[in-house]
Design a protein around this ligand. Sequence first.
Ligand code: KIV
Ligand code: ZN
Length: 385
Amino acid sequence: MRELDIFDTTLRDGEQSAGINLNTAEKIEIARQLERFGATIIEAGFPAASTGDFEAVQRIAGTVKNSIVTGLARSVKSDIDRAWEALKGAEQPHIHIFLATSPIHMEHKLLKTPEQVVEIAVDSVKYARQFFPLVQWSAEDASRSDPEFLAYIIQKVIQAGATTINLPDTVGYATPSEYGAMFRYMKENVQGIEKVKLSAHCHDDLGMATANTLAAIENGADQIEGTINGIGERAGNVALEEIVVALHIRKQLYGINTSVNLQEIKRTSQLVSQLTGSFIQSNKAIVGKNAFAHESGIHQDGMLKNPLTYEIITPALIGDASTELVLGKHSGRHAFKDRAIKMGFELSDEKLNKAFAEFKKLADSKKEIVQDDLFILLTDQQIND
Ligand code: KIV
Ligand code: ZN
């Protein structure tokens, strides 16, 4: 079995979502839960960004002991110094330095030549290594960078002392085959790549973050980065819960272990949603309200006969209460009877049929049938003997 590191950036890239702003106490609460969740690395913030971020990173570095704590820094000494101040109390100080490598970013944002970018990257990694035993270097916009240039700069930063190389799909532009190929290319063309960890970081602008992350894993990534519930810039980052559950459910295919405790997924997801105020869409994979809800009669009938017919993941796996058979206009008599019995009604077949017919009429006129509707309907049949 291969081991995969899980790098959580809920508190950094996740907090960069429009409208999200966590205070230090909230960040500490989330970081503690991420530790229970089993993240290998927690990116606690961007120490040079604000006094609040600095304080949160420092407090988390002093609190969290079972996950490595890191902070983001631009490739400038002042950011690295600030990160060191915030992280020097951590068990294993780790810094995450980034610099853009795509032509569009180098020319129009950094206003630097590729040669200057290489020099800045090398200098910043060398500088950071004076303090930090663990230095992650990210090639921002890697997926839109020239592969040969990317291989060259990666080789240089490895020589300068980087311990992890991250290849972000910063704008969620890559397709799974392209993203996977980039990992394969770096493995085959960068001298010294075997000495470092290779990391994937995917954004979901085209809805491909999960597929892209799995493609990176298939092509040798040692670490994946993402957030809880997929929060993050624009359309968000890859949702970590989707990756770790996919790896678990398809263990024979991937042959991968992570340190994540799947039982903590639901709790972590709810805490992040509550503290960030970001709503989870009801059909969101793994953690959405409807992820384990079945409404159609055919599905409900199958579920009652054998849950494996329509359920590849059990709610129990992620620490959730239980599967829900939602009663609505698509539901069948079998699920209706099952619910009536669970509610304590024992009706003759004739009464049950009448109640079911009433239920179907009601379901046609209402968006959702709640427990009280069923109670009234079943009681009516029981009384009208
Ligand atoms: O998406 C991105 O490129 C980032 C970097 C800072 C790693 O978040
Ligand atoms: Zn990002």
